[in-house]
Design a protein around this ligand. Structure first.
Ligand code: PNS
Length: 160
């Protein structure tokens, strides 16, 4: 069985992430979307909220599991017998950071390999941070995130 992990912060999931998830779900037997918890970073959504949004937008895909982990990605991989990491690459600017992570993960865990999927053109400028920034100034984020996520962001911003 070909199982992959798609790790990230997902604060919150965007249509770019969702596109990678959908593409992976067609190519692999199982995809684990892993919300990595970094307690030292400030997030808009709690891990639980991020998980719930991810579950909501992937529920129609039968081979997608949503999980979370605090610690090194490779430790999760060892504990769960996953050896393949999927990451989306948007632009050349992503490459340096992604290469650093891929090499470090491989150094920490010899069996870990990273597979990059090129983000679709229409999502190549998209990130959770830019969506949050646009939303915080009342800009239009329709089509950039799933509808449920759009509502959740607006709800969060009401409380700010
Ligand atoms: O969505 P992001 O923020 O680009 O994802 C980055 C993430 C969460 C995949 C990365 O920071 C990570 O793997 N964090 C877990 C801790 C870890 O394993 N660090 C070493 C990786 S080189």
């Amino acid at each position: 069985m070909m199982k992959v992990v798609y790790p990230g912060t997902f604060d919150p999931v965007t249509n770019g992430h969702l596109d990678i998830i959908e593409r992976c779900s067609k190519k692999f037997d199982k995809i684990i979307v892993l919300v990595l918890n970094n307690p030292s970073k400030k997030h808009m959504f709690s891990v639980e909220e991020r998980i719930n949004l991810l579950k909501d937008v992937t529920h129609e895909l039968g081979n997608v599991e949503i999980a979370s982990f605090t610690g090194l990605l490779v430790d999760y991989m060892k504990e769960n017998q996953v050896e393949l990491i999927v990451r989306g690459l948007r632009a050349v600017s992503d490459f340096e950071y992604e290469m650093q992570m891929a090499l470090m993960n491989n150094r920490l865990y010899d069996n870990a390999e990273t597979l990059f999927l090129i983000a679709r053109n229409k999502y190549s400028y998209l990130s959770s941070s830019i969506v949050k920034e646009v939303a915080s100034f009342n800009g239009n984020i329709k089509g950039l995130v799933p509808e449920k996520v759009e509502l959740a962001i607006k709800e969060k911003l009401k409380g700010v």
